[in-house]
Design a protein around this ligand. Structure first.
Ligand SMILES: Nc1nc2c(ncn2[C@@H]2O[C@H](COP(=O)(O)OP(=O)(O)OP(=O)(O)O)[C@@H](O)[C@H]2O)c(=O)[nH]1
Length: 400
């Protein structure tokens, strides 16, 4: 295939990428990085169109070469800008504009007019730096589940940089041993590499965005909207997994359940809006005293559960007591007036007779009920304050 046909195909691939990014932007949750990638593709398309026109004029005029290179640099910067925006960093398009203008201006230097090799030697490091910067950012910031979706674009950016370095080396070697690669062949290589790059970049960018949406949907399906705590569906998944692990490895497992005391009265007196704020207030306070890695669940209107793994009973009782205390000591303020709140707390541990995690939760609920029955604003521990089915063993209550 001749260079002209390849360049036209590259322009079409760039336009396809721009259209794909634009359509995905409209169809998805308007992720702004898609606009950056669409602009990047538009720059690549302009670069290819300039190259195609220049090739038709036989001897490629320097003005066209300058445009080809400037739009190409802008396109590569756009790829980086999209990556930065996806990672919640400022895209800095201003720098991209300056870089493109610099790329245009540098062609006025006489040395740039002399040889294809000189121009390659100037632009390859710039483009490689942009490619490697995108790959490095994605690698550094991509943690956990998202990294898998970043790997194809990381690989593509690195391969793009690598092929440029190889191309520069071959064109450079051509200077020493003539005809290894003349300018026309180098351009054909460049157009072919760009065609492959654009086709794959379209898929890589789409993969990143759709994967992120999938994760967001999954997160939303497991999270309570009001508090941001996990919901019952998540409780089932996480508790089942931890219960199995606890049975197999003998790791201690506890549920702390707690419930806002006389919450109905808060709703009745101040309205549902304040009731909602009270729920958020309690969960925010509780999260402060809980360990960052405990799983926190909203399991009912104003009832919550914490799954504690690998702790001693005494440690769990300290956590539960701290939780009770922090809520009692920090009332919600409504129009400058404090609204005192307390919580009743129940604690239960995994024991040898348990067949399923629901057994532990049921006992924690019984302990919570016991705390309610014995004055509220207190912590009751199953097996210490009450025996099976909520019968008191001795009325020793941790707390008030
Ligand atoms: N504002 C608000 N209220 C809720 C929400 N979910 C449940 N509720 C209300 O919470 C109240 C719970 O009341 P009860 O179960 O009687 O419990 P309580 O008044 O806290 O009494 P005790 O638990 O016995 O101390 C009900 O009035 C529900 O309507 C919610 O998301 N927001």
């Amino acid at each position: 295939m001749d260079a002209f046909t390849l360049v036209v195909a590259t322009a079409l691939a760039a336009l396809t990428m721009a259209a794909g990014m634009g359509l995905l932007y409209l169809a998805s949750a308007r992720q702004a990085c898609l606009v950056d990638w669409m602009l990047a593709a538009a720059c690549f398309a302009l670069s290819s169109v300039a190259a195609a026109i220049g090739l038709q004029l036989q001897a490629l005029p320097l003005g066209f070469i300058a445009c080809v290179n400037a739009f190409h640099v802008a396109g590569q910067f756009g790829m980086l800008a999209g990556v930065r925006r996806h990672l919640r960093l400022a895209p800095h398009w201003g720098w991209g504009g300056l870089l493109a203008l610099g790329a245009l201006a540098v062609h006025a230097l006489p040395v740039m007019q002399s040889a294809h090799l000189v121009r390659l030697a100037v632009f390859v490091p710039v483009i490689c730096a942009l490619d490697v910067a995108s790959a490095w950012l994605l690698w550094r910031r991509g943690e956990g589940e998202v990294r898998a979706s970043y790997l194809p674009l990381i690989a593509l950016q690195l391969l793009s940089a690598l092929q440029l370095v190889v191309r520069l080396a071959i064109v450079g070697a051509d200077g020493a041993s003539p005809h290894l690669m003349h300018g026309q062949l180098s351009r054909t290589w460049g157009a072919l590499a760009m065609l492959v790059y654009l086709s794959l970049a379209t898929m890589c960018c789409a993969l990143i965005v759709t994967h992120q949406q999938t994760l967001a949907l999954r997160r939303a399906s497991l999270t309570d909207v009001l508090t941001g705590w996990l919901n019952r569906r998540a409780l089932h998944d996480i508790a089942t997994r931890e219960f199995r692990r606890g049975r197999r490895t003998g790791t201690a497992l506890f549920f702390i359940t707690f419930d806002i005391d006389h919450f109905k009265a808060i709703n009745d007196r101040y309205g549902h809006g304040v009731g909602d704020a009270a729920i958020c207030h309690v969960t925010a306070l509780s999260a402060r005293v809980l360990r960052g890695y405990d799983a926190l669940f909203r399991i009912g209107g104003e009832e919550f559960a914490v799954l504690v793994v690998g702790e001693k009973l005494s440690g769990v009782c300290v956590i539960a007591e701290r939780l009770r205390e922090v809520v009692a000591c920090a009332p919600l303020t409504v129009d400058g007036v404090p609204v005192p709140m307390t919580v009743s707390v129940g604690v239960a541990a995994l024991n040898a007779q348990d067949h399923k995690w629901e057994d532990i939760l049921r006992r924690a609920d019984e302990a919570l009920y016991h705390a309610k029955q014995h004055g509220r604003n207190r912590v009751s521990v199953h097996g210490r304050d009450l025996a099976e089915h909520g019968h008191p063993v001795r009325l020793q209550v941790v707390g008030t």
